[in-house]
Design a protein around this ligand. Structure first.
Ligand code: HEM
Length: 522
């Protein structure tokens, strides 16, 4: 009696506990990897067992190189064209597989990585992160008309107004022969123009001449966050989705305050006088179209309208600005290409401009008649390296067989990366890393048929805007912006390098003609 059993008093050494924990973790990763059924696919060894590999790659490249933020570009050809980049994740580089993965036949659901696009603090799902095709269709239908080709004409005056504002700034620098940071000003332009088309009002960057509300910087950080967190979903759960963090929530951003104000004002007006809304001429912005869509689609609630209108600016402006930046960066270093564009624009555009007695923005139908301008724009899409995430899809119950015969079992997350698909040397040529618009033009000695086929294969492989039913809804709008902007600016100015060494594009704009139309010697 009174004697205790040795077992009760014996304590387990912390070392044993640690060893048991490590062992069970290793077993967990091994079993998870085995269960995925992807051992027939090559890839870095760590990726076979853990997502840490791709999360780290995304972080590393994000933080060390500014221009290209996709680690997948570095992997082209190293492991073949189907690579295991995580225990359940497979990255495909074969353009022939685009239709299989993103096409209408399989209609695969979106993969788990899209969770990072869910809006924090609302129950509203962004269109881009809706998992299944059926729900997506229901939510996309009320919006589609506003982004269609037939609606584009209505947005031209909004874009023109913003181009005129940019011209005012460029003229100041022309007069003073002082450098302008075009990277920054194109960002200001892209955000203001997207806001103008969406809300009927710019945010005000072109007026302030700086990132006055911190929105551009916040977006930049958000894209960096997405590129890492979509590989490491637990990070997202711990940070953005963590209910505890709501306790420390900062007040809403200035942009959301702006968005809410405009939407509330417009909704109030529409409620007072529904007819006025459609007769006021303001129907041409996206917000008005969304408000009008409420008649037929009750799911367009007030909060949803605010959300989809704001998402346009968040989804669209940053990427468009980066494509523009890639173009101006190259153009500034290539005066001969600017001259070539100037001559092309002049040959198509000048007469029409003279008739209109304006030197203002180019009309879309004229801007579309310029093959070299089109080549520069295509090349800018190819080169800018977005979007930040892999376009993940979830393989359904029957599995998926890729065109090269590789079979992916159910539950595999199969994806392509738009930036690396644009860098495939077999499709785009050996000089893929170089900005070369001529690749989009017919080469001397190339038959029309060969050119057609080569260009088609480049267009097919370029999934910068995605592919299939989930592709970018705003693509027509970006095209409209870019054609009009470049056809106008490159007609008026020649952009010379400012000789200032910074990471961004510094250039001195010089007018080719004085305002009255008199040619200036450059
Ligand atoms: C150069 C500029 C742009 C690029 C490269 C781009 C790229 C993309 C990509 C790759 C997707 C998703 C595809 C996927 O998940 O499979 C997407 C979706 C989307 N984009 Fe864009 N985008 C651009 C500009 C815009 C603009 C200007 C808007 C708004 C006017 C916009 C609105 C959207 C929306 C709402 C979605 C979700 C569509 C859906 O899921 O149905 N984007 N974009």
């Amino acid at each position: 009696m009174g004697l205790s059993t040795p077992l009760i008093h014996q304590t387990v050494s912390p070392l044993y506990l640690l060893a048991a924990f490590l062992l069970s973790t290793v077993v967990y990763f091994l079993v998870k990897s085995k269960r995925a059924g992807l051992d027939h696919i090559r890839g870095p060894w760590l990726a076979k067992y853990s997502n840490i590999w791709r999360g780290y790659q995304a972080w590393r490249i994000n933080h060390h190189t500014e221009g290209v933020n996709n680690y997948q570009i570095e992997m082209i050809g190293r492991w073949g064209d189907v690579v295991r980049i995580g225990p359940t994740h497979v990255l495909v580089y074969n353009p022939e597989a685009i239709d299989t993965i993103y096409g209408f036949r399989e209609r695969l659901d979106k993969g788990p990585g899209y969770k990072v696009f869910l809006m924090t603090g609302t129950d509203q799902t962004a269109l881009v992160s809706i998992k299944d095709e059926k729900t997506h269709g229901i939510f996309r239908r009320p919006l589609a008309h506003a982004y269609s080709l037939s609606s584009l004409k209505g947005y031209e005056p909004y874009i023109d107004e913003m181009i005129e504002k940019l011209i005012l700034e460029l003229d100041k620098h022309d007069a003073a022969q002082s450098p302008i940071n075009m990277t920054r000003w194109l960002q200001f332009w892209a955000f203001d123009v997207m806001s103008k088309i969406s809300f009927g009002e710019p945010i005000g960057f072109l007026d302030h001449g700086n990132d006055f509300n911190g929105m551009i910087q916040a977006q930049r950080e958000n894209f960096r966050y997405i590129s890492v967190a979509n590989n490491f979903l637990f990070l997202d759960t711990l940070t953005k989705r963590n209910p505890l963090l709501k306790l420390f929530k900062k007040k809403p951003s200035m942009f959301f305050t702006f968005a809410k104000r405009v939407v509330n004002e417009r909704l109030a007006k529409a409620a007072k006088d529904p007819e006025a809304q459609s007769q006021s001429g303001r129907h041409d912005d996206l917000l008005a179209s969304f408000i009008a869509a409420r008649k037929s689609y009750p799911l367009m609630t007030d909060i949803r309208i605010t959300h989809v209108t704001a998402t346009n600016v968040l989804a669209g402006a940053n990427n468009s600005a980066r494509a523009m930046d890639s173009a101006i960066n190259w153009l500034t270093a290539h005066p001969e290409a600017q001259d070539r564009l100037y001559n092309e624009i002049k040959s198509v555009n000048m007469e029409a401009m003279k008739e209109a007695k304006t030197e203002g923005p180019a009309a879309l139908e004229l801007a579309l008649k310029m093959p070299y301008l089109d080549a520069v724009i295509q090349e800018s899409y190819r080169q800018f390296g977005a979007p930040a995430n892999n376009l993940e899809r979830l393989v359904g119950e029957s599995g998926l067989t890729l065109p090269n015969g590789v079979h992916l079992p159910p539950g595999t997350v199969v994806c392509m990366n738009a930036a690396s698909m644009s860098m495939l040397p077999d499709v785009f040529g050996k000089d893929v890393r170089v900005f070369n618009p001529d690749r989009w033009m017919q080469q001397s000695g190339e038959s029309a048929e060969d050119f057609h086929e080569r260009r088609w294969s480049m267009q097919r492989a370029m999934i910068v805007f995605g592919h299939g039913s989930r592709s970018c809804i705003g693509k027509n709008i970006v095209q409209l912006e870019l054609y009009k902007l470049w056809a106008t600016l490159l007609r008026i100015y020649k952009f010379e390098p400012a000789g200032v060494k910074v990471h961004q594009v510094m250039t001195i704009p010089k007018r080719r003609e004085q305002k009255g139309g008199k040619a200036v010697e450059i």
